[in-house]
Design a protein around this ligand. Sequence first.
Ligand code: FES
Length: 216
Amino acid sequence: MLRDAARGVYKRLVLADNRIIGAVMYGETADGSWFFNHLKEKTDIAEIRDTLIFGPAFAGGAAADPLAAVAALPNDGEICGCNGVCKGKIVEAIKVKGLKTLDDVRAHTKASSSCGTCTGLVEQLMKLTLGDAYNPAAVQPMCGCTDFGHDDVRRMIVAKGLKSIPAVMQDLQWKTSGGCAKCRPALNYYLVCTWPGEYEDDNQCRGTARHRRCRR
Ligand code: FES
């Protein structure tokens, strides 16, 4: 079990006979596909048991190497749990359809198009498949409190059913405890637009007139 209250991360693995038979994750779920594949394949995890909880990037105590971990996943390994998309389907789409951007992959495979939790894995897969030809367009973060851009935050508010500013900040692992003058008005606006009638507009978070006009 791994609990990091400061980061809002909780992970618990249930093992029997050196096999994963259950997993619970909260706050940081990017390694979920890797654990699920081991569970499905009934992999003998005896050799990586001590570091298993830290996920594929540290499997066996190796230095963190996310690309190697993604490369080691089988083709039928699930990458996107929301849309049931496996590694092989994404790699094939990238090669056969000449996909070059994350938006291309989202459009053709649906991977990473819902909650966004698997986005990091999809990007690693693109880097692995395209090599130097992969040139991720820099996503402009909302502000210094998060690495997510506006579009990703809006998508995840909907996909994860996040209905308050604290819920957004906790689930998306905001780097600051209360946000800032840039992100709080934006989050308030997105929540008002997404959950009209359910979310109570926070007057103190209101931004410019442009922010106050919800377009649906
Ligand atoms: S796990 Fe892929 S979009 Fe949610």
